[in-house]
Design a protein around this ligand. Structure first.
Ligand SMILES: *Cc1c(COP(=O)(O)O)cnc(C)c1O
Length: 506
C-alpha cells in the first residue's frame, strides 16, 4: 500500500481529553448502544465567548443567535439559554424549534424566527415577542394580519434580503449580481416594494434591522452584502423607517482537518486518481464532482473545504476587517460609525468541537477486490453521521477495545499495527449505505468491538439526517461534563445547566 493519505481531524483540548478517555467512551457505548452521540457543553459556551471577544475587538454590540437547526439537542440549547441574555439568543426555523427553545429557557425576546413561516409559527413568535426575520413581503402581510386579528403587540421584524446587486455603474452596464440567487429573502431589486409594505403595516410591525444569510464561504461576497445593507439602511431612514441592526446570518465555518498539508495531498491525489494515475481513493472511483475528460480533470470538487485558515470567530474577525468595496471602510468600522448592532446566526461554528458520534465496529473483512483494502461494518448508518452528505471528509479516531499495544504485539503481519485503507460501511442492507465513499486510512486495522469516534459532528452531522430505516436504532445523545480527572454524563434531555451543592451538575 502507498503512504496512507490521512485526513486527521482537528481536535482541541476538552474534546482531546474526552477522546483520551477511551474506557469511559466504551462504557457509554456498551450501556447505551451504537450509534451514540456525545456532547461537550463547556465548549459551546467557550465558542460563544470567542465570538464575543471579536465583538469587543471591534467595539460592536449585538447578539449571537445560535442556529438551532444545526443540532436537535436540548442540553446545547439549555446551556446557551444560561448565557448572558444580552449576548446570546437563538435562531429558530420552525414551530417546533421555537417551542423547544422556549421550553429550554429562552424568553421570547431572545428568539429570532427565520426561514419561511406558517401561520402557527408566526402567531407563537408574535405572541412571545420574538423578532421575526421576514422571508418575503407575503409573509409580512400574513404577520400583520395576525397581529391585527388577534390584538397582538407590535412585532419587531428584520427584513431578510437576497440577490445583492451593485449599481456602481462603473462599466455602464447597469447592475451586477453580487450574490447568487436564493430561495429565501426579498431580492434587493424588490426592496422598494418591501419598504412601502413596512410603512403600510407600521401599526403592526416595527422594522428593527436588515438581514441576510449567504450560503457561501466567500468573504468578499459577504462584505459586499454587509455594505449594501448599511447603504440600504440609510435609504430606509430617509423614508422614516428606523432600522438599527444588521443580521449577517451564519456560515462562519469550521476547520475539520487539522493539517493543511494532508488536505492538500489528499485533494491532489483525488485528481490523480480520477485521471487514472493512481489507484482509486474512493468506492468505485467516485470523483466527488471531478471527472476525466480526455486526460484532463474537469468539474468542481463538491466538498467542504476541509482545512480552513479562518473559521468561526476568526472568520468573523476577517470579515469585519476587510475593506468595503464602495465606502472604503472596514465593515466593523462602518457598523460602528452608523451605530448599528451586529447580529450573527452561527450554527456549525458555534458547535465546533462540541460533539462526537461513536460507532461500534461490528465486523471486518477483506473487500476481495482491492488488494489490502477492507470493509469495516459499523453499528451506524450514513444517516447517523451525515458528514458525507455535507461534503465533510475526515478520518474517525480508532478507540481500541482493551489494550491496543498488547494486541499489536500478539498478532504479527498485515493489519495488526500497520496503517490500512478501509471502506466504512453502515448497518443497512443497501449498497449505498457507506459512511463515506472515501477510502479511509487508519493507523491499524480495527477489530469487532473497537469503537470509531467521528469527531466534531455536532453541526448538522449527528442528527440532521438521522432516520429509523430498517428499524435500526437511531443514536441516543448524552451530555458530558468533566468532573476532576474523570467524566460524568447524563441523557441529553435530562441536562439542565444547574450546579447542585457539592459542585456536581444535575
Ligand atoms: C442554516 C442557517 C444558519 C446557520 O448557518 P451555519 O452555516 O450553520 O452557520 C443561519 N441563518 C439561517 C437563516 C440559516 O438558514
Amino acid at each position: 500500500m502507498d503512504v496512507p493519505l490521512y485526513l486527521r481531524p482537528r481536535v482541541e483540548p476538552p474534546l482531546a481529553s474526552l477522546l483520551g478517555a477511551a474506557p469511559f467512551l466504551h462504557s457509554l457505548v456498551d450501556a447505551l448502544g451504537s450509534p451514540l452521540n456525545v456532547l461537550l457543553l463547556e465548549t459551546v459556551a467557550e465558542n460563544a465567548a470567542r465570538f464575543r471577544a471579536v465583538y469587543r475587538r471591534h467595539r460592536l454590540t449585538g447578539r449571537i443567535y445560535f442556529a438551532h437547526k444545526a443540532n436537535r439537542s436540548s442540553a446545547l440549547v439549555r446551556r446557551l439559554a444560561a448565557e448572558d441574555p444580552a449576548a446570546v439568543g437563538i435562531d429558530v426555523a420552525s414551530l417546533e424549534e421555537l417551542r423547544h427553545a422556549l421550553g429550554c429557557g429562552f424568553t421570547g425576546d431572545r428568539v429570532m424566527a427565520t426561514g419561511p413561516k406558517d401561520a402557527e409559527f408566526l402567531w407563537l413568535a408574535a405572541r412571545v415577542g420574538a423578532t421575526v426575520n421576514l422571508d418575503s413581503p407575503g409573509e409580512l402581510d400574513r404577520l400583520a394580519g395576525l397581529v391585527r386579528g388577534h390584538g397582538l403587540g407590535r412585532v419587531r421584524v428584520l427584513a431578510r434580503l437576497s440577490g445583492f446587486e451593485s449599481a456602481d455603474g462603473k462599466n455602464g452596464a447597469g447592475t451586477r449580481l453580487l450574490s447568487r440567487r436564493s430561495r429565501f429573502g426579498t431580492p434587493v431589486r424588490d426592496a422598494d416594494a418591501l419598504w412601502a409594505a413596512l410603512e403600510r403595516h407600521a401599526d403592526a410591525v416595527e422594522l428593527v434591522g436588515l438581514a441576510y444569510h449567504l450560503d457561501t464561504t466567500g468573504l468578499e461576497e459577504k462584505a459586499r452584502a454587509l455594505e449594501q445593507c448599511v447603504l440600504l439602511m440609510d435609504a430606509c431612514r430617509r423614508r422614516g423607517l428606523a432600522p438599527r441592526a444588521v443580521d449577517i446570518g451564519g456560515g462562519f465555518g469550521v476547520g475539520y482537518v487539522a493539517d493543511a498539508g494532508e488536505w492538500q495531498r489528499w485533494t491532489t491525489a483525488l485528481s490523480e486518481a480520477v485521471l487514472g494515475g493512481r489507484p482509486p481513493l474512493t468506492w468505485r472511483g467516485h470523483g466527488y464532482g471531478l471527472r476525466n475528460e480526455g486526460g484532463t480533470v474537469r468539474g468542481t470538487m463538491a466538498l467542504y473545504p476541509g482545512h480552513r485558515p479562518h473559521a468561526g470567530p476568526g472568520y468573523l474577525d476577517e470579515l469585519l476587517s476587510l475593506p468595503a468595496p464602495v465606502l472604503g471602510r472596514e465593515p466593523g468600522t462602518l457598523l460602528l460609525e452608523h451605530l448599528h448592532d451586529l447580529h450573527i446566526e452561527p450554527g456549525r461554528s458555534l458547535v465546533d468541537q462540541c460533539g462526537l458520534s461513536l460507532a461500534r465496529v461490528l465486523d471486518v473483512r477483506s473487500t476481495g477486490e482491492e488488494p489490502g483494502a477492507h470493509l469495516v461494518r459499523l453499528g451506524m448508518n450514513a444517516g447517523d453521521v451525515s458528514l458525507e452528505e455535507h461534503g465533510v471528509l475526515m478520518d474517525p479516531v480508532l478507540l481500541p477495545r482493551g489494550d491496543a499495544r498488547q494486541d499489536d504485539g500478539r498478532e504479527g503481519g498485515e493489519g495488526a499495527g500497520a496503517p490500512v485503507g478501509v471502506h466504512l460501511v453502515g448497518n443497512l442492507c443497501l449498497e449505498a449505505d457507506l459512511i463515506t465513499r472515501r477510502l479511509v486510512f487508519l493507523p491499524r486495522l480495527p477489530r469487532a468491538g473497537d469503537v470509531l469516534a467521528f469527531v466534531n459532528t455536532a453541526g448538522y452531522a449527528m442528527d440532521f439526517h438521522a432516520h429509523q430505516a430498517q428499524r435500526q436504532p437511531s443514536a441516543r445523545t448524552v451530555a458530558v461534563e468533566r468532573e476532576g480527572d474523570s467524566w460524568r454524563w447524563c441523557p441529553d434531555e435530562d441536562y439542565w445547566p444547574i450546579t447542585h451543592p457539592g459542585g456536581t451538575p444535575a
